[in-house]
Design a protein. Structure first.
Lengths: 297, 297
């Protein structure tokens, strides 16, 4: 897992060997704004899975500064009740600021947990942003967790988040406005076109209330995807993204690590600052150099 | 601008022609969580610039669903007081879900406004996420706007946002906790290593309070970057990112639009789903096909 996170080339050969063992785990994405109680809900959902004799792998994606590189929350301080359970494995992953990289690394973490025969994999994203949307592309069932007070911001959030959810959860539903929030989500959903209208559930994560219903909804969604064979579409698009990213990363490395191109790039940047060249011209030149290098790279 | 937003190839040649006219505008990035009052502050800051006889270009980056494609807020409903001012130009830009693309398009919008002799360019990002951080890389002065109530979430936000700010603004500072918030930011800043410790200011955007100080702080920061020649570093890194993105986009197109590769990709995806191949193997094969095509592409 550390090899994957560090994008070490050894990870590739390990994953390549293990890949044929994958394909059994159900991959669940849990996302939503900070403070929605996602961690607690993940903890309770994992316990529910264990109760049904399923093994669980949890991947937490921490928001990391692209500048300082440190994860805010470590897995040590989170989900304390699960740490001693042999059926649950938890791994936090720092995001390192590279977005394409996160989606790929998360997919690879899931593949690894899948190969080690976890029945359920829960991917939790901390914080809001593109990461959430990317990660949803890896999950088979995506759960968006909101709180009653999020009403004000639902207009802002619905872009993206509304479309990726297979299940909505209004957590901390003992607070004021929970039913209003459920209705608001439902009314937004009604305006849209779905093959299957997402379920909206209420939970109280800290008390475990509604978690059994959430578990059932996940199984229902799993059945739906399998019966309609929509699972194949989701897998196709995930795999396509993954292959594309691996190839592009490889090509990018070949291009930007080439000493001739490095040299040219630095010269061009100076030229541009001094007004003697434009970025577009520089890009054309670099492409030409690289093309000339051709098969030799 | 529409050509840029649509990534039309004609934009490239126009920008290439106009590029030599750029280099005069000071580029200011304004970012922060939704509800911090950024739009109002941008409006008042633009008015302050006009008062000093400077022309202003404003680029608003709207969060757009990568699925539905519609911007939430149009420029029509925003910053109404500025619309009739001939010295202010406002353009909203939908983000279309492509992240690298946003940074490049924003940079190009700024180049265009710069070529048309705007003195000040204000880039406002709506919503939180990677976009904010990317956009900060384009600005010369980055302002992070927070509100007194954000205290709870400052621990979450500081990842990334703390490092990109040249100036912090605690807006809506007539509310409770404004001074506490200022102190909290300052105490976090003290723990870090800076060449120049970011300024922390209080404003009340709706009343225009503190906006003159903000304007002065921007000028001070501009002087600082020029005197220390740090502006050159910022420009180098922006230009490098831009060239890299143009080249990579061009290569990616060449690769993925190639009919042989398209065909192979689809076949490989099927193989992978049926357990006969791995994504890593598929990526290697595609790279090999593409390398074989070599100079012919």
């Amino acid at each position: 897992m550390t090899l994957i996170e560090n994008n070490d080339h050894k990870a590739k050969s390990i994953l390549n060997t293990l890949y044929p063992r994958t394909g059994n785990a159900w991959r669940i994405g849990i996302t939503g704004p900070p403070g929605a109680g996602k961690s607690t809900l993940v903890e309770k959902l994992a316990m529910e899975c264990v109760k049904h004799n399923l093994s669980v792998g949890i991947v937490c994606i921490d928001p990391t500064s692209p500048f300082s590189g440190g994860a805010i929350l470590g897995d040590r301080v989170r989900m304390s009740s699960l740490f001693l359970d042999p059926k649950v494995f938890i791994r936090s992953m720092a995001t390192r600021g590279s977005l394409g990289g996160i989606a790929k690394a998360t997919k690879q973490m899931c593949d690894l947990l899948d190969a080690f025969k976890k029945d359920i994999i829960i991917i939790e994203t901390i914080g809001v942003g593109q990461v959430e949307l990317d990660v949803a592309g890896i999950a088979f069932t995506t759960i968006v967790v909101l709180v009653p007070e999020a009403g004000d911001s639902i207009q802002t959030m619905k872009a993206g988040l509304m479309e990726i959810a297979d299940i909505f959860v209004v957590n901390k539903s003992d607070r004021d406005g929970a039913d209003k929030m459920v209705m608001e989500i439902q009314s937004i959903l009604e305006m849209k076109d779905f093959d299957r209208i997402p379920v909206v559930l209420k939970t109280i994560g800290t008390e475990g209330k509604g978690v059994t219903d959430l578990y059932k909804s996940i199984l229902e969604h799993k059945d739906y995807l399998k019966v309609t064979n929509k699972i194949k579409q989701r897998m196709q698009s995930t795999i396509q993204t993954e292959i594309t990213e691996i190839v592009q990363e490889h090509i990018d490395k070949q291009v930007w690590r080439n000493p001739k191109i490095k040299l040219a790039l630095n010269r061009f940047i100076d030229n541009i600052i001094n007004g003697r060249q434009t970025p577009y011209h520089a890009a054309d030149k670099i492409y030409a150099i690289w093309k000339k290098l051709g098969r030799k790279i």
